[in-house]
Design a protein around this ligand. Structure first.
Ligand code: FPP
Ligand code: MG
Length: 332
């Protein structure tokens, strides 16, 4: 794998995984099948968020790249990671006040914050119950640590919000927790339950970490510079939430020192004023920061591809390579 794989549309890369993903979908539905009749509508609305199915695909591919197959346990851990992901998005949309995700109304928009918090909790508790019933306790033990990392990432993000001087190191710490940790987990549980060697498991986990970093960097770029119709979710929320993301850090850093004070003042206004926010977006889009942010995401993808070289070559590995390229090239 010395050359980067060509970018391909995600559905095409995932197409041959249809049966594996169907197994995961069945386990996902089974794990949620016994919620009360009263909660059913809300849980079903949440299940509609299961958009790109990236994490389940990663878990299945990790199993296959480790020489295994998508057994019931692998399908179960893939569903568990997707359920945890779904629960975090429900809570995230409440915190962000988001109205639309993956082109459908968010739970908070449709049912209110109170119901949405509780549905997130129900889904989360079902994921944990499923993990607790696996014969091998790895998923319970490991995922409890991972969820802690996600939460720490979110808490840290909150603590450093509204700070136009946030630096790259602190930004990296936030996204490593809130996003990359669960990507890493998607790969690691797939490898573990397929009986991978420690070396393969670690390489796939590292690939997942870098992929998650790249994903969030692109997500932050799209939040600032994307088109809501194309991306399919509420955008611009990072600024409104006082989040200083990588494009904003790089934009300020790239300015001549004489312009930095004015830029900082504009950014401080942009957290609360939509006109200033639009101006910041335009400056990032038109300046070097846009490409520089994409380059930062590409560096993470290169690191992810390097980790893949430690994994046995084959179809699963090459699909993982294509997913990495998709993540950085995506426009939605
Ligand atoms: C999306 O970020 C959010 C996350 C990756 C994690 C959110 C996690 C929580 C709110 C903690 C809840 C935890 C549990 C266990 C239920 P974003 O807002 O930058 O991305 P977006 O544009 O997709 O909303
Ligand atoms: Mg959000």
């Amino acid at each position: 794998m010395s050359e980067a794989p060509a970018a391909a549309a995600l559905p095409k890369v995932l197409e041959p995984l249809g049966e594996d993903l169907a197994r995961v979908g069945e386990r996902f539905a089974e794990i949620l099948s016994d919620v009360s009749a009263e909660s059913r509508d809300l849980v079903d609305q949440a299940a509609r968020f299961t958009g790109k199915r990236l994490r389940p695909a990663l878990t299945c591919l990790a199993a296959r790249a480790s020489g295994g197959t998508v057994t019931r346990d692998v399908a179960t851990v893939a569903a568990i990671v997707e359920l945890i992901h779904t629960a975090t998005l429900i809570h995230d949309d409440i915190l962000d006040g988001a109205q639309v995700r993956r082109t459908v109304a968010t739970l908070n928009a449709r049912f209110g914050d109170q119901a949405a918090v509780l549905v997130g909790d129900v889904i989360f508790s079902r994921a944990y119950r499923a993990a607790a019933w696996l014969d091998d306790p790895f998923a319970s033990r490991y995922l409890s640590e991972v969820v802690g990392e996600v939460l720490e990432g979110e808490i840290f993000q909150d603590l450093v919000a509204w700070n136009p001087d946030l630096d790259e190191a602190r930004y990296t710490r936030i996204i490593r927790g809130k996003t990359a940790a669960l990507y890493e987990a998607a790969l690691r549980v797939g490898a573990h339950y397929a009986g991978a060697s420690e070396a393969t498991s670690l390489a796939l986990a590292r690939y997942g970490h870098h992929l998650g970093m790249a994903f969030q960097i692109v997500d932050d770029l799209l939040d600032l510079c994307g088109d809501e119709e194309v991306v399919g979710k509420s955008l611009g929320s990072d600024l409104r939430e006082g989040k200083t993301t990588l494009p904003l850090i790089l934009w300020q850093r790239g300015l001549p020192p004489t312009e930095r004070d004015a830029a900082r003042a504009l950014l401080e206004r942009a957290y609360r004023d939509p006109v200033a926010a639009a101006e910041v977006c335009a400056r990032v889009r038109e300046g070097a920061a846009y490409e520089e942010t994409r380059r930062a995401a590409r560096r993470e993808v290169d690191a992810a591809l390097l980790e893949l070289e430690r994994v046995a070559p084959g179809e699963a590995r090459s699909r993982l390579g294509s997913i990495a390229v998709y993540v950085v090239e995506r426009r939605r």
